[in-house]
Design a protein around this ligand. Structure first.
Ligand code: AMP
Length: 278
C-alpha cells in the first residue's frame, strides 16, 4: 500500500496506475460505513484510492476540528486489510499552503439545513473535494448518503464544473439498533449512546406513517420532532422534510419523494441523519 503525503507524490503514484481509480475521500477514524464505500470502489474499478484528511476549511470556529478523532495507524491497517493500494494523507499546509486564497462557492442546494447551521461548511467541502479530485484523478468517487446534503452539493459541483468523473452514492450503514455509523459516535458516553437511537426511531415512525399513506409534510415533521423531544438527553437542532433533490423545505401535501433529515445534539455531540421517503 502506497501512503503519500504531498500532491506531487500523489500524482506520481497515480501516473503509474493503468486503468480506472475509484476514490473514497474520508476524514479518517474509519468505520464500517467507510469500508462499504471502499468495497464498492474496489468492485467497480481497477484501483482504489482513499484520502484521510480532517479538512479545517469545513469546520466552523466553534466546531470540533481540534477534537475530531484521529488514529492514522489503525486507519491504515484497516485499509491494508481491504486491499487498498493508495492512500493520500496530506497535512493542512499541503492542502492550504501559505498564500492559498481560492475557494469554490456552492449554490442554492448548499444553503438550507447544514449549510444554514454551519456557514462556510460546504464551501470548505467543495474546495477540498475539488483539490482531492485534481490530485487523485479518479474515474469514480464514492460518497455516503449519510451526508445527504453533501452528496447533492458535490454532484452539483461535478456537473457545473464539468469534472470528468462519476459520483457514486452508497446507502447509510447502521449499527444493529439503527444508529448511523459515524466517527463522532466515539464521543458518546453509554447513556448518550442509548439516547442516540431517538434519531432513527423518529424517522422510522414517520416512515411507517408514510407507508400508511400520510403525505402531509408538517405532520411527518412533527412526528419526528416529538420523538426527539421525548428523549431528555437530546437537544433538537432541526428536523426537515424537504424535496429530496433540491432540498427545499416542504409544507402541506407531498408529491413525489421527500428527504427527512435532522441534526440533534446529545451531550457535546452533534449527530446528523436522514431517510428518503419514496
Ligand atoms: P467522513 O470521514 O465522516 O467525512 O466520511 C467519509 C465518507 O464516508 C463520506 O462520503 C460519508 O458520507 C461516508 N460515510 C460516513 N458514515 C457513513 C455511514 N454510516 N454509511 C455510509 N457512508 C458513510
Amino acid at each position: 500500500m502506497h501512503v503519500v503525503h504531498t500532491v506531487a507524490e500523489c500524482r506520481h503514484i497515480r501516473a503509474l496506475l493503468r486503468g480506472s481509480v475509484g476514490f473514497v475521500p474520508t476524514m479518517g477514524y474509519l468505520h464500517e460505513g467507510h469500508m462499504i464505500l471502499v468495497r464498492h470502489a474496489r468492485a467497480e474499478n481497477d484501483h482504489v484510492a482513499v484520502s484521510i484528511f480532517v479538512n479545517p476549511a469545513q469546520f466552523g470556529p466553534n466546531e470540533d476540528f481540534a477534537a475530531y478523532p484521529r488514529d492514522l495507524n489503525r486507519d491504515l491497517a484497516m485499509l491494508e486489510r481491504e486491499g487498498v493500494g493508495f492512500v493520500f494523507n496530506p497535512s493542512p499546509d499541503v492542502v492550504y499552503p501559505k498564500g492559498f486564497e481560492t475557494y469554490i462557492v456552492p449554490g442554492a442546494v448548499a444553503e438550507p439545513l447544514e449549510g444554514e447551521r454551519r456557514p462556510g461548511h460546504f464551501r470548505g467541502v467543495d474546495t477540498v473535494v475539488a483539490k482531492l479530485f485534481n490530485a487523485v484523478q479518479p474515474a469514480r468517487a464514492y460518497f455516503g448518503e449519510k451526508d445527504a446534503q453533501q452528496v447533492r452539493v458535490i454532484k452539483r459541483m461535478v456537473k457545473d464544473l464539468d469534472m470528468p468523473l462519476d459520483v457514486v452514492v452508497v446507502p447509510t450503514v447502521r449499527e444493529a439498533d439503527g444508529l448511523a455509523m459515524s466517527s463522532r459516535n466515539v464521543y458518546l458516553n453509554q447513556r448518550e449512546r442509548a439516547a442516540a437511537v431517538c434519531l432513527i426511531n423518529g424517522m422510522r415512525l414517520a416512515q411507517q406513517r408514510w407507508q400508511q399513506g400520510e403525505r402531509d409534510a408538517d405532520t411527518l415533521r412533527n412526528i419526528v420532532e416529538q420523538t426527539i423531544r421525548a428523549e431528555p438527553l437530546a437537544i433538537l437542532d432541526y428536523v426537515s422534510i424537504a424535496d429530496s433533490e433540491s432540498l427545499k423545505e416542504l409544507h402541506g401535501h407531498i408529491e413525489g419523494a421527500a428527504l427527512i433529515s435532522m441534526a440533534v445534539r446529545i451531550g457535546k455531540t452533534r449527530l446528523i441523519d436522514n431517510m428518503t421517503l419514496e
